[in-house]
Each structure stands twice: as C-alpha cells, then as structure tokens.
Write a protein that binds this ligand. Structure first.
Ligand SMILES: *Cc1c(COP(=O)(O)O)cnc(C)c1O
Length: 383
C-alpha cells in the first residue's frame, strides 16, 4: 500500500488548462455577470473577430453548437427535400442528422483507411450514381476533418466546383488545422466548428461557430441564428432558429484563445512522441503537417487485436475511446435513409472495417513525454 499511485492520465484534459487561466476566467465571467448581457454581449463580437483573425477567413459567426453550425450552413443554402448531401459513413452522428432534419437525404460515402476522411473516388462514383438515378439532386458535400486531420480540401473544392455543389467543412474536430498554412475555415464555402468541451477549442457547455470568406453567407448565418431576423429585431425575413452562442461561453473561449496557438504546438509534440514510440508496432496516424490532433487514433488489425489492446490499457488504468463503433449507415436512425438514397448502393467496406479496428489514445496539450511513454508501454503489453 505504500506505492505512490502514478498521476492519472486523462483521455482529454479538463483541469490543467483551467488551472493556467483560472484568474482570467473568473475576471471575464464576472464582467459578464456585471454587464448582464448574457445574449449577444460584446464578448461574442470580440470572439468572432478573434476566430476570424486566427483562421484568416474574414468572417466568424458564433452559434449554439457544432450541430447548429452545420444546420445553419445548410439552411442558408436552402437545402431540403430532393437534395442529396454526400458525407462520410465514418463520422459523428451530427454530420448525417442535419440533412435529415432539413428533409434532405444523406448519401454515405466510404472513407480512406489512412486519412479517415472522404474517399474521393467513392465520392465521385456516388455522385454519378445519384445523377444517373435522377431522383435526387446532388447538392452538397460535407467533408469531415476526422480526428483533426484536414481532409483533401483542394481536391474536394475541384469536385464541388465542377458540379456547382455546396462544399461544407465539418471542422468540429479540427479547429486550428491547416493545409500549406491555409487554415480550416478558408476551405470550401464554409466551415462548422464545435466548442464542445473536448474539442481542440472547447467551452464549458455547448457552443460552435461558422467560418466563411463570403460576407453574404456570414450575414445569412447571423440572421438564421436569430430566428431569421432582418434589420430590426422584429422583422422576420426567413425561417431561422434560436442558434446563438452565449456571452458567458464567448468570454470563456476568449480566455482559452490566449493559449490556443501554444496548445496546438503541444498537441503536435504529443503526436510526435506517440509516433516515435508506436510507429512500426501498430498503424499510427500519418504525422501530416497542419493536423490539429483533436484525437490520436490508432488502427489495429482486427477486433480481437483491438480487444487485447483495450484490455491492456484498462489493466494499466489508462483511458481510451472508440470513435466510432458503428458506421452511420448501420445506425437504426439512418438505415432507411441509406436504403432510399440509392437503389443499388455500393458497399462501404472501409467505414465498416474501421469501426472494429480503431481506438483513440489520450490526447491533449498537457500530456508529458512520460505520460505518453506510460500509455505506449501499456499498449505494447497488449499488442
Ligand atoms: C462534435 C462534432 C459535431 C457536433 O458538435 P456539437 O457541438 O457537439 O453539436 C459535429 N461533427 C463532428 C465531426 C463532431 O466531432
């Protein structure tokens, strides 16, 4: 009983970061309490300017969650009944939920086994199939920067431009990521961010934002997040929603923005330590530049190998996650939409296989090299 328990390792970090900015957080939150401007306070505008400057995209619009960001972006395009929205079968549920809520049809696309992002050949094949069937209009592509790795945006832009399709970046897991120095938010027509607490930039509740280079879209997003309001508060121009970002959450995010650039570097360092310890033993994510490292997800050969790896981590009291255990086309809520989208839908073998192979290791900016070595040692015992 006299052994000293090792420092617990978190899958995400909820405390180390807070300790660094606690005084600032209290001061910022107190200022909101005193102003009483809990909705549309000046902190929301300040945050939007800060986000747009960081991404270099011109416009940021704070909204109530990443899911609402996706919804507002699609509402602004008038996406609905008869529209096909192409998105990966291997992603978080919200990506598929939003087109269905709007009456549109999600068309699930297989993913690349290395990047986990949209498989471009499969995307083009499914767009051609929808066109050939002629029942749905190929309307939008939603690329997801899964686990923080930017999707192939130059290629996606070319595909969308060729067909006049709306191109949305679900960057919920990847804020801070870039391709060749051009940050997410500047790719496609718009990008949706989530500030769910475990994302690369997280608040203390729900929050999100839309980033875009297009001032007209930004204006539409502002209107839609406030019930479709026009110039005056009681002029309603279009059907919108209550999708605003709280002032308190904006104040919290402003404090966290002070750390954000450093935290991105720290995440990349952690990924480098994992790579050095695990490459060659197990399939590790490619250390591409511009990866935001929202999650560090390894790929095991099969379900049994993953179960052994999980048991080894459990025995060492090291947390892990499985994102995602089921492809979206197998979810009870989406199976019928999948069946209706295409009469002879090709299979989605990579998405299906990955659900049995992936696991995500602890990843946050406050992991030490020693922490990573402990995770790696525990994992190796199960390989
Ligand atoms: C987290 C997440 C969302 C949804 O964000 P919320 O803020 O939880 O609504 C959407 N897409 C992806 C890929 C996500 O990881």
């Amino acid at each position: 009983m006299n052994a000293i328990a090792p420092r617990p390792i978190g899958l995400f970090d909820m405390h180390a970061q807070q300790a660094q900015i606690r005084d600032k957080l209290r001061a910022r939150m107190d200022a909101v309490l005193e102003s009483g401007r809990f909705i549309n306070g000046p902190e929301v505008v300040e945050l939007e300017e800060r986000l747009a400057a960081f991404a270099g995209c011109g416009h940021a619009v704070g909204v109530s969650s990443g899911t609402d960001a996706l919804q507002i972006a699609m509402m602004a395009e008038g996406i609905g009944r008869g529209d096909a929205v192409f998105l990966p079968a291997f992603t978080y549920t919200a990506t598929a939920e939003v087109p269905l809520v709007l009456g549109a049809t999600p068309v699930f696309v297989d993913v690349d086994p290395i990047s986990f992002d949209l498989d471009l050949a499969d995307l083009q094949r499914r767009i051609a199939l929808v066109e050939a069937e002629g029942r749905l209009r190929p309307r939008a592509i939603v690329g997801v920067d899964l686990f923080g790795r930017p999707a192939d945006w130059p290629a996606l832009e070319a595909i969308a431009a060729q067909r006049g399709m709306f191109l949305l970046d679900d960057a919920a897991q990847a804020f801070g990521g870039d391709i060749g120095g051009k940050r997410l938010g500047c790719w496609g027509d718009a990008a949706a961010l989530s500030f769910y607490p475990t994302k690369t930039l997280g608040c203390y509740g729900d929050g999100g934002a839309l980033l875009t280079q297009d001032p007209e879209r930004a204006a539409l997003y502002r209107s839609l997040r406030t019930h479709g309001e026009g110039q005056g508060r009681y002029e309603v121009l279009r059907t919108g929603m209550n999708g605003r970002l709280d002032t308190l959450q904006a104040a919290i995010l402003l404090c966290k923005m002070d750390l954000f650039a450093e935290e991105l570097l720290a995440r990349a360092r952690v990924a480098g330590w994992y790579h050095a310890a695990l490459a060659g033993l197990v399939t590790v994510p490619e250390p591409v530049p511009g990866h935001a490292w929202g999650l560090y997800t390894i790929t095991l050969p099969d379900a049994d190998a993953r179960a052994r790896a999980q048991a080894a981590l459990k025995a060492a009291h090291i947390p892990f996650g499985v994102y995602y255990p089921k492809p979206l086309h197998h979810q009870p809520a989406y199976a019928s939409a999948h069946a209706e989208a295409l009469r002879d839908a090709p299979p989605l073998p990579v998405a299906e296989a990955l659900c049995h192979q992936v696991m995500s290791l602890p990843m946050h900016p406050y992991l030490s090299e020693g922490d990573v070595m402990r995770v790696a040692a525990a994992l190796k015992a199960g390989l």
